[in-house]
Design a protein. Sequence first.
Length: 356
Amino acid sequence: MAADFPSHRLLAWYQKHGRDLPWRQTKDPYAIWVSEIMCQQTRVDTVIGYYQRWMQAFPTLKALAEASEQEVLKCWEGLGYYRRARHLHQSAKWVVEDFDGVFPNDLSSILSLKGIGAYTSAAIGSIAFGIAKGVVDGNVLRVATRYLGIEDDIRKGATIHQIQTWMDSIIDPHRPGDFNQAMMELGATLCSPTKPTCEVCPLSSQCIAYATASTASIPYKSPAKKVPHYPIGVAVIKNDQGDVLIGRRRSDQMLGGLWEFPGGKQEASETAEETVKREILEELGLDIEVMRSMLNVPHAYSHFKVTLHVYECRLVSKAQEAVAHVHEELRWVPPHELDDYPFPKANKTIVEHLQQ
Ligand code: SF4
């Protein structure tokens, strides 16, 4: 099967039809690393602007290593999955310290960097250093299972392993970076989930799913587990000057290092207003009055969903001092200065509401 794979047709198609993305004009491993991390779980259209701004702010690995965490998170703001930005930052410092600032050029060292798994190490290794290691992402899984007529569940490790072995056996050793990108590009464009355009596909003459009209049933993906939903009570506490109270999340938490309006999970036995009062007393030691509902913000993370029920609040007595029991730091900030702080996406909606 490997010997029969029409590599030359795939590469010719990619050369002619591949999208002109900014990170495809470089072999700089740092730039490729940034683009690959940004493209995880995020659409390419969204990534382009972020990538360009990031490369302007931190044009080299050394520049990233020397930046503050707040600068890094601010540049990533809105892209989601903030751990990716913190891992880039930590790994950049590590490369400067342990590799003299030179990005490592072997797969096992690349794999040892934070936030880099099998897919990303193969992508960087093949594109930047010409290492013949196949990539397996969602797009490649779709192309490969259709091409080979594999009906097994693509959530299973055994299926992924089978595709990885196949990719490693067919990758073009002379152009591994182009080959990997061509397979991913084919999956992102022609071999789409619902309406693949097989008639113009360079693999169609040997594709089993096309020959057997089974592109609707391949790939098979078992149903995902139901995602839990949590209601969250959030307080926008204003003082007499109109400043609002925000807190910086601890670095060992999800969304660590980002700022937020304080609050927490609603218990089954309480209303959202009661949640806000309780959480603010527990987290900040403040007794507050809940004035009015401001807005509700639904937001989905990878493994759960939340709805933020946001309330405008004020201090019952002005003499109280907020204490950071769960945050790394608290600050009173005028609404027009909130843009200086990196917020997670759902909290950013509250910021925009306050600035209207
Ligand atoms: S022929 Fe169709 S199903 Fe097969 S790889 Fe190409 S686009 Fe995908």
